[in-house]
Ligand binder design. Structure first.
Ligand code: SAM
Length: 243
């Protein structure tokens, strides 16, 4: 049996003149115990952490005694203008860890432009895998997992949303979508107009105290949600592919 390469004690303390490294580090999506040992080691060992919102990351850092300073934040809208400065830090030999507010950076979160530029500039990019709402929802949904597509967030405008679900009617793979608590009812209503009998799963508050999975046809799940006094929490919507 071949031995796995031992990447423990990463990142190593180093002398000067070495190339920087960009670590892309997944963090919990609710339950702080879901951090990996390797993520903790990397977050403690790098020179700077690039967060989406330092206030959110500080909760995790305080819980695990991570004292690494934060570099410039990378949130929606500033990524384009901050990439150059971050690339300069990496080229100057800094080891940076990119984290988002929750889950895996770049998955419906900032970081794509930075990773792309880092690769173009010959900088090493190292993933530190861990939680992501899309996979957690998928594996407990009961829907086929052999072929699936993650399609981000459905369009916000009613006309475009309807056209979007129409375009999914013949999709054979399981479709995984993120949706906010403010729009989930409207999104389900549109889905019901287009495919009322399609089997779906609505995963709510994954890894948190009120985690739940609503399963059934689109109509049944909408009815369950509408019966509640309020709709709160974070949602992943999964739609069974056309069979
Ligand atoms: N990067 C994250 C990931 O890897 O899952 C996703 C970030 S995206 C800005 C936030 C969306 O992810 C939420 O609106 C929700 O759809 C989904 N999400 C994040 N955490 C969740 C949770 N604990 N339960 C259900 N959905 C969640």
């Amino acid at each position: 049996m071949s031995r796995q390469p031992n990447r423990e004690r990463e990142p190593e303390p180093r002398g000067g003149g070495e190339a920087g490294v960009l670590y892309v580090v997944a963090t919990p999506i609710g339950n702080l115990k879901d951090i990996t040992l390797r993520a903790l080691e990397v977050l403690k060992g790098v020179d700077l952490v690039i967060a989406e919102d330092t206030r959110r990351s500080r909760i995790l850092f305080e819980r695990y005694g991570i004292g690494t300073p934060f570099g410039p934040s990378l949130y929606e809208g500033v990524e384009r203008e901050r990439v150059d400065a971050l690339i300069r830090l990496l080229k100057g030999g800094k080891r940076l860890a990119l984290v988002s507010d929750a889950g895996t950076p770049l998955i419906q979160d900032p970081g794509y432009r930075l990773v792309r530029r880092a690769i173009e500039e010959g900088i090493k990019v190292v993933p530190v895998p861990g939680p992501s709402a899309l996979l957690a929802a998928l594996v407990a949904s009961g829907l086929p997992t052999d072929r699936f597509v993650f399609d981000g967030v459905p369009p916000k405008k009613p006309g475009r949303r309807r056209a979007y679900f129409e375009s999914l009617k013949d999709e054979e793979r399981t479709v995984v979508l993120y949706e906010s608590p403010h729009r989930i009812l409207k999104t389900l209503e549109t889905l019901c107009e287009v495919m009322p009998q399609r089997e779906i799963c609505l995963a709510r508050e994954l890894t948190k105290r009120h985690e739940e999975f609503l399963r059934g046809t689109a109509e049944e799940v909408l009815r369950q949600l509408k019966a509640r006094p309020s709709v709160k929490g974070e949602f992943v919507l999964l739609i069974r592919g056309a069979s």
